[in-house]
Ligand binder design. Structure first.
Ligand code: PHB
Length: 398
């Protein structure tokens, strides 16, 4: 393949010659014919089930970022091909292959669920397809499974809750119950919290695991009431988080502080209402971040989609920005993969969360905010940890 960057004129000439080639049987070797076609962006996200709202927000955010820059990538029109991955890890290899082998996409943008991401990354690491993860925090994706063609615009699971361990100690909590759906995301978020919390003398009274995506919490809430911990640290997200927080309050447990990664309230705060008051979380974003960029972004998003933006919309927006920057750098030549990857590695993303760059393992280096729900608003209390770099344990590139 010719990997020299091509100008827009070359691409257009290529189109003309490619047309000619069809009629005459002449096959030009000078330019990559693929560059005359639309850029194919494969989207693998949940559009059904408990994470459906997350998939929708990511899609909206990504398309909005690209539309803001003229709706093209490196001067080329775009064809989006989307697959609903249903947050089902068992279907991940087949769904990824639909995009990579079936549709021959130039990029894969996916996904939300850590288990699905593992299956997806296994496929795209092998095929070499440039992949941008706009949510799933699976530590392994920028750890043992790290790869030159895999990038993440969201977070590693470790990153979201490591700072919370120290926060809990500073709040005076000594005895904490942890609770999550039983799969990589929650287990890794709880793991990072526990690592930090216990290293400073904290104790985990009990770890409660619920099968994903179950939302029957009653028996567990009764157990928590009996254990009387100083606080409950938990991970749920999407529709599951909405129900958990309401059930927790309805069970009369509001006297036991609820803490966790910000996914516990992000995107579902309105629906949780009064039940969410006082929840203390750490995350790389907060609705109320007082920066001009965040305000413009939120206003534009609300105007376009008729609802408030959340962390998922931001992560999608930043995936879109990364595509725009990288494709501009190679002038739309997707065959110039080393140059594309180099541009992505050097990218500085002007995100509504604050500017960020990528670590050697291709994970955002970013501030983690401390947030508390006050009067129905996600209030920023400060920065829990500045410029946090995921340790990328097991990544050979680091
Ligand atoms: C994940 O599975 O990695 C995951 C899902 C939803 C979130 C955060 C992480 O809100």
């Amino acid at each position: 393949m010719d990997s020299k960057p091509v100008s827009r004129r070359t691409i257009l000439q290529g189109a003309a010659v490619a047309g000619l080639a069809g009629a005459s049987g002449f096959v030009p070797t000078k330019f990559a014919i693929g560059n005359t076609a639309k850029v194919k962006v494969g989207i693998m996200l949940p559009y059904s089930g408990t994470y459906a709202g997350l998939g929708e927000a990511i899609t909206n955010g990504m398309k909005m970022a690209i539309a803001e820059k003229g709706g093209k990538l490196g001067g080329r029109d775009i064809e989006y091909v989307a697959v609903d991955d249903e947050s089902d890890p068992a279907k991940a290899p087949e769904n990824t292959n639909k995009l990579v082998t079936g549709e021959k996409v130039d990029f894969v943008v996916g996904t939300v669920h850590s288990g699905v991401a593992m299956g997806m990354v296994k496929v795209t690491k092998q095929s070499g397809t440039i992949t941008i993860i706009p949510n799933a925090g699976a530590n392994a994706a920028t750890g043992p499974m790290c790869s030159p063609n895999i990038f993440r615009t969201s977070f590693s699971n470790w990153q979201t809750t490591f700072p919370l361990g120290k926060v809990a100690i500073e709040k005076g909590y000594k005895n904490v119950v942890t609770m999550t759906w039983k799969y990589a995301a929650g287990e890794e978020m709880i793991g990072a919290f526990e690592e930090h919390f216990t290293s400073r003398g904290g104790r985990i009274a009990r770890q409660i695991l619920v099968p994903f995506p179950n939302v029957e919490f009653q028996a567990n809430l009764t157990e928590i009431a009996a254990l009387k911990p100083d606080a409950v640290m938990c991970f749920f997200a999407g529709a599951g988080a909405l129900k958990f927080v309401k059930d927790y309050a309805a069970a009369g447990l509001k006297g036991i502080p609820l803490i966790g990664p910000g996914f516990l309230t992000d995107g579902v705060l309105k629906g949780q209402g009064e039940a969410a008051e006082g929840i203390l979380t750490t995350l790389h974003y907060a609705d109320n971040l007082d920066t001009p960029l965040n305000k413009t972004f939120r206003a534009a998003y609300e105007k376009q989609f008729g609802k408030g933006a959340d962390v998922y919309a931001v992560q999608g927006y930043d995936a879109g920005q990364l595509l725009v920057q990288a494709m501009a750098a190679v002038k739309g030549d997707t065959s110039a993969q080393p140059a594309l990857i180099a541009a992505m590695e050097k990218a500085e993303i002007k995100s509504p969360r604050g500017n960020f760059t990528f670590s050697k393992a291709h994970n955002p280096i970013q501030d983690i905010y401390l947030r508390e729900v006050k009067n129905g608003q996600e209030t920023v209390l400060g920065v829990a940890q500045k410029g946090l770099i995921d340790p990328a344990r097991g990544c050979k590139a680091v």
